[in-house]
Design a protein around this ligand. Sequence first.
Ligand code: ATP
Ligand code: MG
Length: 266
Amino acid sequence: MTAKVLAFTNNKGGTGKSTLCSNIAHCATLAGHRVLVIDLTSQVTCTTLFLENGDNLEEAETVLALLKKKPERPIVELCYHSHKGLDIVPASVSMAQAVIQLSAIPIGAEKILDRQIKQVSDRYDYIFIDSPGELNELTSNALVSADKILIPTRVNRTDFQCTETMLLFIEEVAPLIGHKEVKVIINMFDDRYKNIWSGSHLGKLYLQAQETFGELLSSITVPESSDIRTAFDRGLTVMEYKPRDMAARRIQELFNQEVVGSGRRK
Ligand SMILES: Nc1ncnc2c1ncn2[C@@H]1O[C@H](COP(=O)(O)OP(=O)(O)OP(=O)(O)O)[C@@H](O)[C@H]1O
Ligand SMILES: [Mg+2]
């Protein structure tokens, strides 16, 4: 059996890609699955959460060593085991370097990561990729590698516009990267705007999201939660910090609904 690959993307920054990626990945680990996280972001959020020395790695010890025409090291040497039970391919704060490396490759630069993933795919049940908040060569690599693309968004016009751009981009490149399962996940949203406060500004924006994204919109939303922030500040996922609270329960529901149960990599 090969891993199912999920990429968290949105060309808008700060929508919760790294937060949902790290928490859902840890949720999968706690459920007993074999998990790999691949961090493609210079914020190194997942890297520092899962590796105690994550902000102290040489470039050659990170995913930078992979994203080259001739990778310096095979992916298997860059899958570090985290004290939280999963494996991670760490990012570097200099991920701009990877964009330069990839742009210099004339053909097939967007398939480099996918080729590497195939080498370790039978070792894991799930591979989660955290990608940067922009459309660049790293995002293309995440999209090509993914079986399913998860697009976190907050409820505001700018995030919706960027999410629409992302969806359009995925549709445009479908002939090249193949058809991918896609879900938009609303993050930092109080569910009461779905019902008792549906007449308010945020309630109307949620309705707009339902109309715009249709069946691509996940029915599960993640609340704005100080526990998520506090957990991260303490080097924890919310699954460890407050496993019974609403935020952790929603992460668990997202894992069950959007990760488990749909197709796997061929
Ligand atoms: N549901 C939530 N409740 C509270 N805070 C949240 C939630 N989701 C994300 N955050 C906070 O919002 C900020 C941005 O989140 P995050 O870093 O996950 O976004 P991102 O999409 O990965 O950003 P970037 O594009 O910069 O990589 C962080 O401080 C994070 O702790
Ligand atoms: Mg991020």
